[in-house]
Design a protein around this ligand. Structure first.
Ligand code: APR
Length: 191
């Protein structure tokens, strides 16, 4: 797999698309969509959820309330995805998804995490989007060990991009240096 390795970024060609790993703040990304690691309430939270709502402004929360009322009255289920405006963010859209809470690995966490990535990608394609950025879903407050989560993320995105040719670029945005390096090492094996 062709790749370009940099100090805090690396890039792989997967099918027709580019899969990039970057270290940074997902709220600064200029992709068509950025993915939010939300909770089922869609009413905001800490981590990347808090950062996106803070920077994106109240319009995002307003649309989340409508989504709750119209589509998901009992909350967005784990693994599902919903889309709102990007509000004041550089990204046009925010795709909200709920990753699994880590419970030791025997409660279907890996498949639920894969579903969160897959459904976010499917939603982006259904809206005709070309570029999308993900945080490391579930590896913060939800406690999913990053060494395991990164392989689920990378293999799910790879599998999707090998089948679906509508996306131009998928970027995995890692907040910390350690997270970036863990993803970069795993990518050399998975991609
Ligand atoms: N940009 C990119 N990544 C970020 C940012 C940011 N601005 N802020 C945090 N992260 C990273 C964290 O370092 C972690 O690696 O996002 C990853 C996911 O961490 P969380 O945001 O805690 O998300 P998650 O583990 O999925 O837990 C979701 O936390 O914030 C609440 O409302 C949210 O209840 C939900 C839970």
């Amino acid at each position: 797999m062709g790749y370009v390795m940099g100090e805090n970024r690396c890039e792989f060609q997967v099918g027709k698309a580019k899969l990039r790993l970057v270290q940074g703040d997902i709220t600064e990304m200029e992709t068509d969509a950025i993915v939010n690691a939300a909770n089922p309430s869609l009413m905001g939270g800490g981590g990347v959820d808090g950062a996106i709502h803070r920077k994106g402004g109240p319009q995002i929360l307003e649309e989340c309330k409508r989504i709750r009322a119209r589509e998901w009255p009992n909350g967005l289920p784990t693994g599902k995805a919903a889309i709102t405006t990007g509000g004041k963010l550089k990204a046009k859209y925010v795709i909200h998804t709920v990753g699994p809470i880590w419970q030791g690995g025997n409660s279907g966490e890996a498949e639920l995490l894969a579903e969160a990535y897959r459904n976010s990608l499917k939603l982006a394609v259904s809206k005709g989007l070309k570029t999308i950025a993900f945080p490391s879903i579930s590896t913060g407050a939800y406690g999913y060990p990053i060494e395991k989560a990164c392989r689920v993320a990378l293999s799910t995105v790879k599998e999707f991009l090998e089948k679906e040719d509508k996306l131009d670029e998928v970027i995995l945005v890692l907040f910390g240096r350690r997270d970036f390096e863990i993803y970069r090492e795993a990518a050399k094996e998975v991609l």
